[in-house]
Design a protein around this ligand. Sequence first.
Ligand SMILES: C[S@@+](CC[C@H](N)C(=O)[O-])C[C@H]1O[C@@H](n2cnc3c(N)ncnc32)[C@H](O)[C@@H]1O
Length: 469
Amino acid sequence: MVRSGNAAAATMLRAMRSFLGDNDMMAYLAMMAVRLLELHRVLKPTGSLYLHCDPTASHYLKILLDAVFGAQRFVNEIAWKRSSAHNDGAQGAKHFGRITDIVLFYSKTDQRTWNPVYTEYSQEYIDRDYRRVEPDGRRYRLDNIQGPGGAANGNPYYEVMGVSRYWRYSKERMERMINEGLIVQTSPGAVPQMKRYLDAGKGIPAQDMWTDIQLNNRAKEKLGYPTQKPVALLERILNASSNPGDVVLDPFCGCGTTVHAAQKLGRSWIGIDVTHLAVGLIEKRLRDAFEGVQFTTHGVPQDLEGARNMAARGRDDKNYYFEFEKWALSLINAQPGNLSKKGADKGIDGNLYFGAKHEGRAIVSVKAGENIGVSMIRDLGHVIAREGAQIGVFLTLTEPTRPMITEAAGAGQYEVPGLAGAVPRIQIVTIEQAMALRDRAVRLPALRQDSFRRAAKEEDSGRQKAMDL
Ligand SMILES: C[S@@+](CC[C@H](N)C(=O)[O-])C[C@H]1O[C@@H](n2cnc3c(N)ncnc32)[C@H](O)[C@@H]1O
């Protein structure tokens, strides 16, 4: 008997550990195993799970999923061509270009929701099969209308345009189609055929190799998050395996492509990510794309007290401190220093780029401590000068002292030549102000350009229902 569930997953993990040893892949699989068990537990009987991974992990994850869901619940292994060219295939690399990722598709039961999805016909197929064109430009092909199997299959026998045959349609329906001009005879005496228009077809039922969806570097929807997926990829998945109003969960949601697609398609959604960078980016993405969108963020500070608690935790745990920093930066839409094109420099916690071509740069220094003083403002002034940046933002949890404010004011104003509206060269912004005003807490010259790109506006298909979280 094939087992599945917790014990089967544990057995599988042990087997993999005996083969892999204690390496990074093993740690990753152990992390995934507990999450997959939980995901399976909360999945509805009609629900499906799609797991995106690369080919270095897909074979292990597939076995793990077999153990968690039961091997009979495997539905598809989708090869997704994520880019059309890749450096891996470039000169000198001794392997074929690595341009596909894997999407593993499992379902909780055999009652899964399924809506067929169609892909566009290829030009080659259109040119070959839809060669005929109406005067108004509509393409069509001619289709056989004879009844397969003749009388044995209950097909009616009658005469159409001088040709007597067993036909696929009743005499009444045939007459209707003749009146609509859909039945044609290519030459006198030829067996009549039916016009099938290209624009009336749904396309080709999607197969398990997806080559038609990519997110290239110039794609408009690119936000700057390293592992971002195309919305169309998630739309295909959600359209196939859910209906409007259903709940979609992405437990590793990154910059929020799944929640974006879910919002667009009228699904309720829950996104989880371990980093504040991702959470901040998703909040911004949703607000940019969907006017008036409503959602609740859990696990990030909602008030100053929450921010202080988070900073206090960060004092004992460096990684957690970085999360505080990323969260604080996300409030004003700044990009963490280590994601900056210029790399992580001393004294630079984050960057805000502005101007039409991102030519302007504001350097952000985040302070979570209580001991802040005027020397820190001076230091920020030095960093701006060293970097050739235009503005410095001192983002602080603790209220600044009077000498700090005076020191900042002493740095003067920055003015873009030719543009009205000078702004302070060094700006002190409290976390409280940033929580209230978000990116409006920082004054940048001219038109504000985002560090992470703005998501294009989408038609929102409706508000989420409240979920009992
Ligand atoms: C491959 S990315 C997801 C990309 C996403 N599909 C998108 O379009 O942006 C994986 C994400 O999982 C998050 N992550 C890693 N470990 C996690 C964990 N244990 N719990 C929640 N999120 C985690 C990472 O921060 C990262 O954003």
